[in-house]
Design a protein around this ligand. Structure first.
Ligand code: DER
Length: 226
């Protein structure tokens, strides 16, 4: 059966996993293909590894696929983290967070010896925020105070609602999410601002974390290493 670009890039990454590795599992549709491809390798090649998940849904999928799962609290290091992204710039800055597991995704991505990002060409952008708002996870009690400060920085946005639209979305870490747009601002400058405002728990700009981006195409995978 022909593979789609996301399946192709997920298989490409799964083939880089080595015996006895601890592998972090991302969250999203591409990460799901990676979990499936990794589980298949473990079964067919008797590959012995451990995994750790960035979200409950990825943990469920990993366990259902027969992968051994550790909790994040057991880790003092991990060899590899593999996840998708919503946007990737030419200098390998990422926008993530349309899912709702930013805190664990960034924790594992930054702790991993190697962080591989799996995308198709639709995720390639010139600048962060080009196609999607910047997700900013905030402490529930702080959301209005944070929004005021972000507006002073030229931002505009609103609280993310849940899927049915009848309440605000609450993340796995109990935070709320402000989906923000900023007038064309350098992502490093924006990261400095977002990293210093009290009440912000995490945000979706991943600067200098990716080791490599793998871009799935119709018939091949392109690798861009930092
Ligand atoms: O960072 C995220 O949560 C995004 O959803 C990212 O993982 C991309 O998701 P996708 O693989 O389903 O496109």
């Amino acid at each position: 059966m022909a593979m789609n670009p996301k399946q192709r890039v997920a298989l490409h990454a799964a083939n880089l996993v080595e015996q006895n590795m601890i592998v972090g599992l991302g969250t999203g549709s591409t990460a799901n293909f990676f979990i499936e491809a990794l589980a298949k390798r473990c079964k067919t090649e008797k590959l012995t590894i451990h995994t750790v998940s960035s979200s409950a849904i990825s943990e469920i999928k990993a366990r259902e696929a027969g992968l051994p799962v550790l909790s994040i609290a057991e880790l003092d290091a991990l060899d590899m983290y593999v996840d998708g992204a919503d946007e990737v710039t030419p200098d390998l800055t990422l926008l993530k967070g349309r899912g709702q597991d930013l805190v664990n995704e960034k924790l594992l991505a930054s702790a991993a010896d190697q962080f591989f990002v799996l995308v198709d060409e639709s995720k390639l952008v010139e600048h962060i925020g080009q196609n999607f708002p910047i997700p900013v996870e905030v402490m529930p009690q702080a959301w209005r105070l944070v929004l005021t400060q972000l507006k002073q920085q030229g931002g505009q946005g609103q609280l993310r609602l849940n899927a049915s639209g009848d309440n605000v979305a609450v993340t796995a870490s109990g935070s709320l999410v402000l989906d923000m747009q900023f007038k064309q601002m350098d992502s490093l400058e924006l990261t400095m601002i977002l990293d210093t405002i009290p009440g912000i728990v995490e945000h979706g700009i991943f600067s200098d974390t990716a080791s490599a981006i793998f871009i799935g195409g119709e018939s091949e995978v392109e690798e861009h290493w930092r």
